[in-house]
Write a new protein. Structure first.
Length: 230
């Protein structure tokens, strides 16, 4: 078994790996929460929803200078305190605008470049999408740090972000492996519709059998069956 070099600090290496694991878990959770936040209707937010979204925004602020985003060092970061509903609404509206711009519902084949500039005062102000690759540019303090983290997340996960073709809202989701839809519910809906199209007669027979059982159990109705259209 090969020996470790004498100069390797095993405790530090373990700490570094733990931090990498923690950072990866945070970022995956953050992008999913961010897409869900953008898809939500602020008019339906209750007290728990406001608190949940405020926690997400504060987490993005803290993560900005812990991440490799080249923002100001911790001793110069302004702590946000309580995040007001007005701030949450403003971030929500701008985030929806940005996602609609770089992930349009009906993308044009000719529109290969899509540029979104969030409302920040940082030195580098934009996220650039070229095909499926997103690149971020920013140095910031609060509240710009929130946008820095958002751009960093989009840069990392952008190539895997898709719009669901099964739901009316065309929700954005982060694709995992062969995933094609935003949720198990949408996936099941598509499978059910596909099965019904190819097994329509079987589906109608099963529906009629269920109806007959209901009638035999004493419910109102008749068992006679209408002739099928040809």
């Amino acid at each position: 078994m090969p020996r470790r070099p004498a100069h390797v600090d095993t405790d530090f290496e373990a700490f570094r790996k733990d931090e990498q694991t923690r950072r990866a878990a945070f970022r995956r959770d953050a992008i999913e929460r961010l897409l869900a936040f953008a898809a939500a209707d602020p008019g339906s937010f209750d007290a728990r929803a406001w608190a949940r979204h405020a926690d997400l925004i504060q987490g993005l602020h803290r993560h900005a200078w812990l991440d490799e985003s080249r923002v100001l060092p911790p001793d110069r970061i302004v702590q946000p305190g309580a995040v007001s509903p007005a701030r949450i609404r403003a971030i929500h509206a701008e985030l929806r605008r940005g996602l609609a711009l770089i992930f349009p519902v009906t993308p044009s084949v000719a529109a290969r470049w899509r540029l979104w500039r969030p409302p920040i005062k940082a030195q580098r102000l934009a996220i650039l999408r070229v095909r499926r690759h997103l690149t971020q540019m920013a140095v910031a303090s609060w509240p710009d740090t929130v946008w820095v983290s958002i751009m960093s997340l989009l840069e990392e996960f952008g190539p895997r972000i898709r719009r669901c073709e099964a739901c009316l809202e065309k929700r954005l989701f982060v694709k995992s492996k062969r995933q094609a839809y935003c949720s198990a519910r949408c996936s099941q809906r598509v499978r059910s519709e596909r099965w019904y199209r190819t097994h329509r007669r079987v589906a109608l027979d099963r529906r009629h059998e269920r109806y007959k059982r209901h009638v035999l159990q004493g419910r109102k109705g008749t068992v006679a069956r209408r002739p099928r259209r040809t």
